[in-house]
Design a protein around this ligand. Sequence first.
Ligand code: IPE
Ligand code: MG
Length: 253
Amino acid sequence: MNFFSSILASNRKSLREGAFLKKIPLHVAIIMDGNGRWAEKRNLPRSAGHKAGVESLREVIRACIDLGIKYLTVFSLSSENWKRPENEVRFLLKLFVETLKNELGLLKNHGVRLRLIGNRRGIPPEVLKVYEDAEMETSANSKLNFNIALNYGSRQEIMEAVKKICSDIGNNKLKYDNLDEDLFSEYLFTGGIPDPDLLIRTSGEYRLSNFLLWQISYTELYFSRVLWPDFKRKYFIMAIKEYQKRQRRFGKV
Ligand code: IPE
Ligand code: MG
């Protein structure tokens, strides 16, 4: 391919994608599922599936930046995932830390702001530090807000919020009468982040698995049978196109 034909090809691609740039979700959340099955199908250890899944995330982040999606929230490790075999948990944490360290420069340069959502108290300190450093280093960015749910569980999040609210009312920091849905949302790990417009779950599982239960009250749900390590740009675009066909009415007619 020569210089001009490559420009033409990339123009065609952006035109094809550009045709639907009008109704872009502000916030996409993803339950990345199916790494283990992807590996098992290839007679590989589950860890190989997790490793392969990193590339899908890279592609999805790139697609979000290209499309102008402002918030991406991914379920990286749930508060229930600690019950997995110890070696798998250890592998996952190591993979997260290494990937984050390797990619931080790129994320920073591409305007990505990173934020950890989840119960920080339950995260090993050496892991937490890498995330908190990354949060600090990217805090001035605003092109894409990339939220990583780690040690996250929605019920725990809601319980924590309720406790904090009770204590704030007790300490006269908060007036009972002022408490409403918006203020409640501010007490969640996701405080300040708008609710997702679209939630994607891969691998043909039709569950929410304790992910963002409060936040997805009016979110469009999209389930893909594709396993996460295979969920590359084209599948993400398919999900966005499907979203654009949905009619959101928020309870109205
Ligand atoms: C998702 O893939 C990755 C994490 C939860 C970290 P799984 O590990 O759940 O893969 P399956 O569901 O066993 O195929
Ligand atoms: Mg799974």
